[in-house]
Design a protein around this ligand. Sequence first.
Ligand code: BES
Ligand code: ZN
Length: 841
Amino acid sequence: MEKITRLYSKFQPEHYDIYVDVNREEKTITGKTTIQGNASEKQIAVHQKGLKVSSVKSSNNNLNYDVDDDNDMINIELPEAGAVEFSIEYQAKLTDSMMGIYPSYYEVNGEKKELVGTQFETNFARQAFPCVDEPEAKAKFNLAIKFDEKPGETAIANMPETKVEDGVHYFDETVRMSTYLVAFAFGDMQSKMTETKSGVKVGVFATKAHKANELDFALDIAKRAIEFYEDFYQTPYPLPHSWQLALPDFSAGAMENWGLVTYREALLLIDPDNTSLSTKQLVATVVTHELAHQWFGDLVTMRWWDDLWLNESFANMMEYVSVDALEPDWKIWETFQTSEAPAALQRDAIDGVQSVHVEVNHPAEIDALFDPAIVYAKGARMLVMVRALIGDDALRTGLKNYFAAHKYNNAAGKDLWDALGAASGIDLAKIMNSWLEQPGYPVVSASVEDGHLKLSQKQFFIGDGEDKGRQWQIPLNSNYADMPEIFKDATVDLGNYQELRQSNDKPFRVNVGNNSHFIVKYDQTLLNDILDHADELDSITKMQILQDLRLLAESRHISYASVIPVLSKFADSHSNVVNDALYRLAFNLKKFVDPDSEEEENLKHFMNTLSSDQVKRLGWTAKAGESNDDQLTRPTVLQASLYSEDEESVEAAHKIFEQNQDNLIGLPADTRVLVLANEIKNFSDVDVFEGLLDDYRHTSDPSYKSDICAALTATKDPKLLAIIVANFEDSKTIKPQDLRAWFRGVLANNEGQQFAWDWIRNEWQWLEDTVGGDMEFASFITVTSGIFHTRSRFDEFNEFFAPKVNNPGLTREIKMDTKSIETRVELVEAEKASVNDALAK
Ligand code: BES
Ligand code: ZN
């Protein structure tokens, strides 16, 4: 399979009648699809993958066809071009790949059950029924589903069920939509329902392994999110219902199927009695992300995958816009600063990174497009810049017009800029293309030279990078009056520094609010001025200083040792954004110290100094009425304290464990993982380990499961780590969807690293077969590269992955990850001594 052949130009489907009969017992799918449409020529093709086609007929006549498995196609010879209708009969296997139609496995009271669902994005609809499986090929769909149905089971889909006849569930015809958004599910489900002000039925569905009240939180958010979007977009939600379904097995995080959004259980279900604020925020942003797509993505869809950012960047921004409106007390934009911003700034600094808008030439490249740091995080930051430039009024007017012009149809990036440009009077394409089409971002250097305040921009690289002289149109957001709004040249002279300093009466800064996608390198004069006024800085600014210093140190623009004193300066902050940036930087120092060395002792001592007052202030238990910042900061500082092996903290956690031994799942959710990990690490005993592993196998609480995973992989006992690795391929213990977290845990553990590293190299083929056709696969490489920091691991990594670099779905990932380990190794070699000197003081 070399280049992508687009099928839509020869055949434009208008309507599909889809009948599928799924037998879970036998693991088979039998289907018949009837397609009406317009053929531009006699010789057409539709997509299929893994379908055993038994006939292709038109008006009961057999047509000539030829199945081309290499290209995922069926070539069909029609009697003539023009308006046509034909039917394809086929059989397929029901596989465990989490793509196409697939079963999810779970247990209720010891009884094993299966819930069948679908996942068609990016191009897996072709595994369920023959179709022109391209986002542009929009059509209407009638679904009819039969299955080995048991009493009490139900079926749901994009549209409401109209009737059940002879065991076949029929659903209403859909609106015009892309194939990748078709969805259905059946099994023994529970649900909760409500209705929006405008009469849209909203529902949450899950297996009966969960308590009914776990559905409530998402239901409330979903209802209010739809109401919010109908108002914000000034465009009604176009379907009669919006179902949210939690599937026990799920490859991605969540999927925006129109009218039937699917989720990982961990990202939809919330135990109202014991869930941390950060988990609630996460679920809320996931739900609002997928619901943002119901317009952006579903109603108007990118014409081709190169404009994936239109879908994902936009939904990623809107999740924050909407949650900020629904839950203003959460200050959710601060979470944007602690999650999206650092992810984008880190990844986008590596040479070889993709641009937000990117050509797609090979089928395997489609799945490799979904780089969360770029298409999601950077793209969202890009749109945040747009929003800041044009304001919400123009944004809403522009969007309303964009939806009106392209609804039930497709669009490209230019269409969005045209609509927003017309509403705002600003030529956005010109400004935004520098961000959209170019990879990377600039570091703006601010300095006082010959008495003048000067700025210059240059692409920022962590590691080697080829300087191609790229420039960006940078929204400056300075705190000084009369500064340029957009900085677009290589350098600019802002005038006499002393005069500016005097008339503005505060230290000079740019990128106030940290909303533009660049970092700032202040010269010593300007940085000292800022730090001398540290007490007057707001939290975002403090965070930003730590963020930029970390990146400048990672890239060796400044020495790592020089940022260590700044950490202590901000250590007493009560703000979560500051503490997040501070401990992110502090934990980054771990790579400079060898395990069990004197240097590691010094680092632990330093961490303890940073965190001890905060630990005293916050303690282990939430106080009535405490701030959100305190709730979010507590686990961060406790983790630092436990890392430093502070005796009081280790004892406190141990005591909490002992007091709750019979009900560990009931421990407060925000600190539970710390208590469990502390126990496993410092008071290890095989019974506790076995007990938790057993809980892992049987609990249906996804957040408890992820805590157990983090705790067990923290053990120092090599025998237990070997047991964990031996379970990697046992899907009854570790579901493939959760394997990456286990792998990461063992690999990051010094005592387990060799086991995990040997495992992935030996079992690469198994991994490819199990999670292969999907974006999860490449992320195992990313995870590995995030951990390795020694020369010998770099060599081994290179030896193993270099021969795989021509695999089109992995090329970019392998190149970037190789570079990022190499850069880290060189950084550690160059700065180890000075960092450890600084820590020794
Ligand atoms: N459309 C994606 C899901 C997806 C991604 C399907 C890649 C196929 C390939 C969905 O809208 C999404 O973005 N999901 C995120 C979670 C989201 C809340 C950021 C995911 O799955 O990671
Ligand atoms: Zn999305």
